[in-house]
Design a protein around this ligand. Structure first.
Ligand SMILES: O=C(CO)[C@H](O)[C@H](O)COP(=O)(O)O
Length: 218
């Protein structure tokens, strides 16, 4: 089974956990693209979606799913998104697709975060995947210096501007043994908009697509 087939299995398995007649939170990425396809199959049974990126919005609308403004919604039940890495505590690194800030915002409003991944994303310690940090462009050098002091090797992601008009620093060589603390520490650097550690708001449930079937971790 290919990695993409494992992603697809996890994504379609999420349908079972989507409450009907409500708004659904939708993440970003290739795994989520499969989830959007799955969501289209029940589009008449949901009220619409809140999207975490322009990319997902385009796909949702193309498949006839209404996209709602987060500011018009007080709360909703379920947010479904992928991850670049996830540990046993359901803490994640996200932002490989540069959508981390909007993902964190939409996830914050959801009652439940369902993470859909293939089994290659499961790790013991976060940090092998370079940690994405969204930064105000004029602060990029300052933030890079501060991230270096934390032991990381920040690299500006070339040719990428986020949906919010910012840049991404990918921080290599971090062994993230205390995700909660590092998430907060990086947030405190002036010029940082958001970092890709999702520990304060981790996942509530993980669906792991593997060759042997889809595993549910609660
Ligand atoms: O955080 C993300 C986008 O910002 C994605 O969820 C993450 O990069 C995983 O992507 P994929 O499903 O393509 O492997």
């Amino acid at each position: 089974m290919t990695q993409d087939e494992m992603k697809k299995n996890a994504a379609w398995a999420a349908l079972e956990y989507i409450p009907r007649h409500t708004v659904v939170g939708v993440g970003t990425g290739s795994t989520v693209n499969h989830f959007i396809d799955a969501l289209a199959s029940i589009k008449t049974e949901i009220k619409g979606a809140v999207s975490s990126s322009e990319q997902s919005t385009i796909r949702l609308k193309a498949l006839g799913i209404a996209v709602l403004d987060l500011n018009d919604i007080d709360s909703f039940s379920v947010y479904v998104d992928g991850a670049d890495e996830i540990n046993a505590q359901k803490h994640m690194i996200k932002g490989g697709g540069a959508a981390l800030t909007r993902e964190k915002i939409v996830a914050a409003v959801a009652e439940k975060f369902i993470c859909i991944v293939d089994s290659t994303k499961q790790v013991e310690v976060l940090g092998k995947f370079p940690l994405p940090v969204e930064v105000i462009p004029m602060a990029a050098s300052h933030v890079a210096r501060q991230l270096s002091k934390l032991g990381g090797k920040p690299v500006l992601r070339q040719g990428v501007t986020t949906d919010n008009g910012n840049v991404i620093l990918d921080v290599h060589q971090l062994a993230i043994t205390d995700p909660l603390q590092l998430e907060q520490q990086i947030n405190n650097i002036v010029g940082v908009v958001c970092n890709g550690i999702f520990a304060q708001r981790g996942a509530d449930m993980v669906l792991v697509g593997a060759a042997s079937g889809t595993q549910v971790i609660r």
